[in-house]
Design a protein around this ligand. Structure first.
Ligand code: ADP
Ligand code: MG
Length: 692
């Protein structure tokens, strides 16, 4: 059937190889991949209407069949192909604006054509514009099921996809991996039936249920997918528990001296999570814990206290942060806490000079440095730890799965270091249960005392002057401000330019204040210098690109201005706003926007105005954006869940978890075989990534 889409079909020289590589581009390599490439919608070609009926229905997509009675290329108002077809009830025009010479020949007079499209009533009678059509013989049978329309890639026609999938459907081994009892109690369709229904639904099916994925055929596929994920996560958890780890059980002189030296008392929440971590790292198998706490909740001190326990126990600890600014800040803060107590802290980032790097490596390798702080430079191959016991990853969602794996492999011998991951981005429950089933979670659900809530206002761009006046007033009261420049995703150069311009305008508008500028292109030493000056109060207004998004902690700053706030995502805005409200002064966040605002941007800014609760913001973000945001691009890029939707399929997650538990818990040979077969079918070789 010649498809009549506008796109020019690529002229393949080696058709087989090309189709294969195009399929591979969509991730369709095995028969199972193909079979699970499910339609996004359907076309109903099961019915042919008479031309009269179709014309009467009008406005709807319908299929007619007729013989070509005329075929001409018209030039008014532009070049187009006009074909008339007729059956015994009437006549309709097919109009093509883009067409090939071959089509003109193909649709010669006397040819029988089945055309499918929306009937419109134009000036010259009924017509279909750019119908899908195929040439048929008289009496050619109609399909008995709906025709699937698949997600496709460039140059890959539906025809090729349909054929590849239909072939794979014949080859796949359809033995059901689920035990009959499970199918029965959960009332699940056999997999083959379910998949077949999804590819080739009978015409009378509830098409809405197919499209919104609530049909029982979908339930079966989603359940299988979730079960595979749960099985795999639980297995990873067991494998981890089977590994050895150093017992970091000693809360010794360093820990106590450190705690005693703190200028504040830990909040109840901090004490609780610290206790959880302390218990965990005493165990002879590696901890894998996520420390979750909203921006400003005080995670750093918990991390430092955990590190102290590792050091007390005779091991090294490493702290990795996603940006140099943040790593630098951690280094200064933590070194200031721990070095007076006799701890040697090494500093390691990519920007160090060769000599400095080598010196740092030596400290780490000899064990002279008990704590290493830095960026991902600390996971380079060249870095050898003498005795790494605990790894702390700040803003963990900024790192890829691969990076976390490498860090975990930095232990020596069979010992895997304990892992503490920190994040201010809360993970909704269903997400935590699926993606992070292998993770313990500690939550700091309380801010340190004495904080006043941040007031957020949404301000039109053209009231910039008032905003500048406000910055001025804050500075006169001895407070400091951030001024965040617009995110320009397309171009870093442009972003830089905007930042520089903003800096110049502000410096000119506020001649009596000291204005600073920090952005990603500055050398680390220059960045550090600006940040130092800001932290010391020597700069009143810090103009910044999003480099300050994560982690920066200057409690005296109480005003945050974000330009073009409509361009930022919710979690990013929340992170940015979290840079203020860290001291006792009342803080304000001004979100400048350019009107008109699109509906999504409006919703985001309203959310920011309404709440400062990170969990609530994350929940709404999940609604607006889907789960990718929480996992970091590289993790979600694995597309671990293609079918199940965490928002709507929470109940299935629970069931899949129970079944996974039962299958693994009763390790009968039959259950083991089920687990193997199911994982093989659903994950093939892709299990490694789930283990992080
Ligand atoms: P985050 O969780 O966002 O990483 P930080 O660890 O940077 O937060 O802490 C935010 C600020 O709160 C820091 O200035 C820190 O010194 C301070 N802080 C942390 N814990 C307490 C506490 N228990 N009492 C008072 N201030 C605290
Ligand atoms: Mg932090």
């Amino acid at each position: 059937m010649p498809e009549t889409k506008q796109k020019k079909p690529a002229a393949p020289k080696k058709p087989a190889a090309t189709a294969e590589s195009k399929l591979a581009k969509l991730g369709l390599r095995t028969d199972m991949d193909l079979v699970l490439h499910l339609p996004m919608r359907y076309e109903d070609e099961t019915e042919v209407l008479t031309i009269r009926e179709a014309c009467m229905r009008g406005g709807e997509v319908s299929q007619v069949e007729g013989v070509v009675t005329s075929n001409e290329i018209a030039y008014k108002p532009r070049r187009q192909l006009l074909v008339h077809i007729a059956d015994e009830t009437g006549d309709i025009q097919l109009r093509f604006m883009n067409f090939y010479g071959s089509q003109v020949k193909q649709l010669a007079e006397g040819t029988r054509v089945r055309a499918r499209g929306e009937v419109r009533h134009g000036f010259f009678g009924a017509e279909m514009v750019h119908p899908a059509y195929k040439i048929v013989n008289e009496g050619a049978p109609l399909p008995t099921s709906l025709t699937p329309v698949y997600p496709s890639g460039e140059g890959l026609s539906q025809l090729v996809l349909r054929r590849a999938i239909a072939d794979a459907m014949k080859r796949v081994d359809w033995t059901d991996t689920l035990p009959p009892e499970v199918l029965k109690t959960m009332r699940l369709h056999p997999l083959e039936t379910a998949v077949r229904t999804l590819h080739y639904p009978p015409p009378q099916i509830d098409e809405n249920a197919l499209i919104d994925r609530t049909h029982p055929a979908w339930t079966r596929v989603k359940f299988d997918e979730l079960l595979a994920q749960q099985l795999s996560l639980k297995r990873a958890q067991r494998a981890r528990r089977a590994k050895g780890a150093a017992k970091l059980g000693k809360v010794g002189t360093l820990s106590s001296a450190f705690e005693a030296s703190l200028p504040f008392k830990l909040t109840k929440a901090q004490q609780r999570v610290l206790k959880e971590i302390r218990e965990d790292i005493k165990q002879p198998y590696p901890m894998q814990r996520l420390l979750q706490g909203d921006v400003g909740s005080g995670k750093t001190i918990v991390a430092a206290l955990s590190a102290a326990q590792a050091i007390d126990s005779g091991y090294q600890a490493a702290l990795m942060a996603p940006t140099e600014i943040l790593a630098d800040q951690h280094f200064r803060k933590i070194a200031a806490w721990l070095e007076p107590l006799g701890v040697k802290v090494a500093w390691l980032t990519g920007s160090l000079k060769k000599k400095e790097k080598e010196a740092a490596y030596a400290l780490v390798e000899s064990g002279a440095a008990q704590l290493v702080i830095g960026t991902h430079a600390i996971i380079q191959d060249t870095v050898q730890f003498a005795k790494l016991g605990l790894v702390i990853v700040d803003e963990q969602h900024r790192f890829g799965v691969g990076q976390r794996l490498t860090l975990r492999n930095k232990g020596n011998g069979d010992n895997v270091p304990h892992q503490l991951m920190m994040s201010a981005t809360p993970i909704p429950r269903t997400l935590a249960m699926t993606y992070y089933a292998d993770l313990e979670v500690s939550v700091i659900d309380e801010l340190p005392p004495g904080r006043t809530p941040i007031v957020t206002a949404v301000v039109d761009q053209n009231r910039r002057d008032e905003v500048i006046a406000r910055v001025h007033a804050a500075a006169l009261e001895g407070r400091q401000a951030y001024w965040v420049c617009p995110l320009i995703e397309e171009s870093e150069a442009l972003q830089l330019q905007t930042a520089t311009e903003t800096y110049e305008t502000l410096a000119a508008a506020l001649p009596d204040l000291r204005v600073g500028l920090v952005h990603g292109r500055l050398k680390p030493a220059e960045k550090a210098e600006v940040m130092d000056a800001f932290a010391a109060g020597d700069i009143h207004v810090l103009v910044a690109t999003t480099v300050i998004e994560v982690g920066v902690d200057v409690p005296n700053s109480s005003l945050m201005v974000i330009e073009h706030a409509e361009r930022f995502g919710l979690s990013q805005l929340h992170q940015l706003r979290g840079r203020v409200g860290r001291g006792s002064a009342a803080s304000v966040c001004l979100l400048l926007y350019q009107s008109p605002l699109g509906p999504v941007a409006k919703q985001r800014l309203m959310t920011m105005r309404e709440t400062t609760d990170g969990f609530e913001i994350a929940r709404r973000d999940l609604e607006i954006r889907g789960p990718g945001e929480f996992l970091g691009s590289r993790q979600s890029g694995q597309a671990m869940l293609r079918f199940a939707d965490l928002e709507t399929d929470g109940w299935l997650v629970d069931q899949a978890r129970d079944v996974a538990h039962a299958l693994l818990h009763e390790a009968t040979p039959a259950n083991k075989a089920t687990v193997e077969a199911h994982l093989e079918r659903w994950l093939g070789g892709r299990e490694e990534f789930l283990k992080v």
